[in-house]
Design a protein around this ligand. Structure first.
Ligand code: ADP
Ligand code: MG
Length: 575
C-alpha cells in the first residue's frame, strides 16, 4: 500500500483541492435546508413576497456554489485518478521492461497485460470515488445529524431508531456481498483464461474439430460466472428497495411526529421541511458509503496483483562493476555452462563448452527440444546461467551492461516477430541511425528486396497486426534484414532456414557468407545440409554436447550426427 501512497504524493495538492471542493459542496448542501425553513416560515406562511425574493436569491446562489464546487470536484478528481493510473501503468511497464524471461514465465504474459490495464483501472475507480466519499460520507451524515438536532432535538430521536436499522442492514448485505464479489472476480479470471485460449488457438481448435469441446468448456465457465453474478445481483437487488423503504418510513415518521409537534405549536412548517431534507441527506450518504465498501475488496485484490509486479526484483541486472565500454570484437566462449529453467526438473543445457570466433560460422544442430533455442537465450542473457560462464571478448557477460551486450548481437528468433509500422520501420528497428542505403543493403542480402518491391507501397507498406500480411518465409527474411541493418559483431540465426524454400535458402546462405565475413555467425539448424559448410558444428542431444567438429570429422566420430545426417541426406551427399 505504501507503494501506492508514494505515487499519490506528487498529486497531493490536487487531492487537497478535491477534498476542499467537496467540503464546500457538502457545506452548501447542508446550509440549503435552513434557507428552505426560512423561506417557508417567514416568507410563505406570513405571505411576504419581498422575503421570498430575498431568500430565494440566496438559495439560488448557494445552490449555484454547490453545483460549481461539485463540477469542479468531479473534474479535478477525474484528473487526479487518471494521472495516478498513468503513473502506476508507467511504473509497471518500466518494471516489466526490466524483467528477464524468467519473470515473464513466472507471471504469464497475459496476466501481465491484465494487471497493467484492468487492475490499474480498478484502482483508478476506487481512487476517483474514494476521494469524494471520504469527505462526503462522514461530513454529510455527522453534519446532517448535527443540523437536525439543532433544529429539533426531540424529533431527532427518530434517527436513533432508524439509523441503527439502516446500518445493520448495510453490514448484513456487505457481509454477504463482499465474498460473493470476490468469488465473482475469480470466476471472471477463469472465463477470460478459457476465452483467450480458445481465441488464440482458433486455427488449431477448428482443425482438430474441438469446437464442441471448447464451447462446452466455455459454457461451463460462463454458467459458473453467471450463477455467481446472479447471486451477487440478487443480494444487491434487495439492498436498494430495503434502503428506500427505511428512508421513506423515516420520512413518514418525521412528517407524522413533526405534524403532531406543529399542531402543538412546538415546531414550524419550514423546520419540518428542512428536517426531511436532512434525513434524506444522512441516509443517502450512508448508502453511498456502503457502495464504496463493496468496491474496496475488488480494488484490494487488484492492488495486490499490481503490487506483486512492482515488488518483483528482476533476477537479471547489470553487474556492479560494469566493464568499461569498448568496441566488442565478437569472441564468444561458453565455459562449462549449465542451465535449468525455473522449476524444471532437469537442466535444459549441461556442461556446454565451445568457442565462436569472428570470421567463422559456428553451427548448432540437434533435434527439437535439445536446447538450441535455450542456448541463444543464454547468449542474449535473457536468462542467467546456473553454473559456468559465458564470455564475450574474455569478459563474463554478467559484467557487461545488458545494453552493450545486446547491441553487439543481431538476433533472428526462431519465431520471427514483426511490429506494427512500415516494412522500413521493422528493418530499421534495431538501428535508428541506419541510412537508406543500409536499409536497401539489408533487404537485398536478406533476399527480401524482391518481394518488398513488389508490394504496393514498397518499403512503406504497412505490416498489419503481428505481420499477418506477410508469409512465414517473408517474415523470416524481414527478421534477418533487421539483424543485418544493425551491422552487429555477432549474428545468431535460430532455426532460420526451416521457413525458407531450398533455393531461397541457398541464395541467402551465399549472400550472408559474403556480407558477414568478419562477424561471428552462429547458425542453429535441424537440417544437416544447411550447415555442412560451417567451420565448426556443435551437436546437441537432450541438453548435452555430444559432438564438436567439422562435417567430415563429425561423420567419422559422432554417432548422433551420423544418424541425423543419414536420415536427411542421400548417399553421395554425405561424403
Ligand atoms: P530447441 O530449440 O532445441 O527445439 P529449446 O531450447 O526450445 O529446444 O528447449 C529445450 C528444453 O527446454 C525443452 O525441453 C523445453 O521444453 C524446455 N523449455 C524451453 N523453454 C522453456 C521455458 N520458457 N520454460 C521452461 N522450459 C522451457
Ligand atoms: Mg528452438
Amino acid at each position: 500500500m505504501q507503494r501506492f501512497l508514494q505515487y499519490l504524493r506528487p498529486l497531493r495538492l490536487a487531492i487537497l483541492s478535491v477534498l476542499m471542493l467537496v467540503t464546500v459542496r457538502v457545506l452548501a448542501d447542508l446550509y440549503l435546508p435552513t434557507l428552505t425553513a426560512d423561506i417557508v416560515n417567514n416568507g410563505i406562511i406570513p405571505g411576504n413576497p419581498g422575503h421570498i425574493l430575498h431568500v430565494g436569491i440566496r438559495m439560488l446562489s448557494v445552490a449555484a456554489l454547490s453545483g460549481a464546487a461539485s463540477i469542479a470536484a468531479s473534474y479535478q478528481s477525474a484528473r487526479v485518478a487518471a494521472s495516478f493510473a498513468r503513473v502506476v501503468r508507467e511504473e509497471v511497464f518500466t518494471q516489466v521492461g526490466d524483467f528477464s524471461l524468467a519473470e515473464f514465465d513466472n507471471f504469464g504474459t497475459t496476466s501481465l497485460i491484465t494487471r497493467t490495464t484492468n487492475d490499474i483501472t480498478q484502482l483508478q475507480m476506487v481512487l476517483l470515488f474514494g476521494m469524494r466519499m471520504i469527505v462526503t460520507a462522514p461530513l454529510m451524515s455527522i453534519g446532517g445529524i448535527f443540523m437536525a438536532f439543532s433544529l429539533d432535538p426531540t424529533l431527532s430521536l427518530i434517527f436513533v431508531a432508524s439509523l441503527p436499522v439502516l446500518i445493520a442492514i448495510i453490514t448484513l448485505i456487505a457481509r454477504r456481498g463482499i465474498p460473493l464479489f470476490r468469488r465473482m472476480q475469480k470466476k471472471l479470471d477463469k472465463l477470460n483464461l478459457i476465452l483467450r485460449e480458445a481465441l488464440t488457438g482458433i486455427r488449431v481448435v477448428r482443425a482438430f474439430n474441438r469446437d464442441t469441446y471448447e464451447r462446452e468448456r466455455f459454457e461451463e465457465a460462463n454458467l459458473d460466472y453467471t450463477t455467481t453474478a446472479i447471486s451477487v445481483q440478487r443480494t444487491m437487488a434487495i439492498m436498494r428497495p430495503v434502503m428506500m423503504l427505511i428512508m421513506n418510513l423515516t420520512t413518514i415518521a418525521i412528517i407524522w411526529f413533526g405534524g403532531l409537534r406543529i399542531d402543538r405549536g412546538f415546531m414550524q412548517l419550514g423546520d419540518l421541511m428542512a428536517f426531511i431534507q436532512y434525513g434524506t441527506q444522512i441516509m443517502f450518504s450512508l448508502v453511498m458509503l456502503s457502495m464504496m465498501f463493496v468496491q474496496i475488496p475488488r480494488a484490494t485484490a487488484s492492488a495486490h496483483r499490481v503490487a506483486e509486479v512492482l515488488a518483483t526484483v528482476p533476477k537479471i541486472h547489470d553487474g556492479e562493476a560494469v566493464a568499461p565500454r569498448r568496441p566488442i570484437k565478437g569472441y564468444l566462449e561458453f565455459r562449462d555452462v549449465t542451465f535449468s529453467y525455473p522449476g524444471a526438473e532437469r537442466p535444459a543445457l549441461s556442461n556446454i563448452s565451445f568457442r565462436a570466433v569472428p570470421g567463422q560460422v559456428t553451427a548448432i544442430i540437434g533435434g527439437t527440444g535439445s536446447g538450441k533455442s535455450t542456448l541463444t537465450n543464454l547468449i542474449l542473457r535473457l536468462y542467467d546461467i546456473d553454473e559456468g560462464s559465458i564470455l564475450l571478448d574474455g569478459i563474463d557477460i554478467r559484467q557487461l551492461a545488458q545494453e552493450d551486450l545486446r547491441r553487439s548481437i543481431g538476433f533472428v528468433p526462431q519465431k520471427a516477430v514483426l511490429f506494427g509500422g512500415s516494412i522500413a520501420d521493422n528493418i530499421l528497428f534495431g538501428n535508428e541511425n541506419a541510412t537508406n542505403a543500409d536499409l536497401i543493403w539489408a533487404a537485398e542480402v536478406a533476399q527480401a528486396a524482391e518481394f518488398i518491391e513488389k508490394m504496393p507501397s514498397g518499403y512503406a507498406s504497412l505490416i498489419t497486426q503481428e505481420g499477418r500480411n506477410v508469409s512465414g518465409g517473408q517474415k523470416q527474411r524481414l527478421a534477418i534484414a533487421r539483424a543485418l541493418a544493425r551491422r552487429p559483431q555477432i549474428y545468431i540465426l535460430d532455426d532460420f532456414f526451416s521457413a525458407l524454400d531450398f533455393q531461397t535458402g541457398a541464395r541467402l546462405r551465399s549472400a550472408l557468407r559474403q556480407e558477414t565475413k568478419d562477424a561471428t555467425v552462429i547458425i542453429i539448424a535441424q537440417r544437416v545440409n544447411t550447415i555442412m559448410a560451417a567451420d565448426e558444428i556443435i551437436v546437441l542431444d537432450e541438453g548435452r554436447m555430444v559432438g564438436k567438429g567439422s562435417h567430415g570429422e563429425l561423420l567419422a566420430t559422432c554417432r548422433v550426427y551420423r544418424e541425423i545426417a543419414a536420415s536427411q541426406l542421400v548417399g553421395e551427399e554425405i561424403a
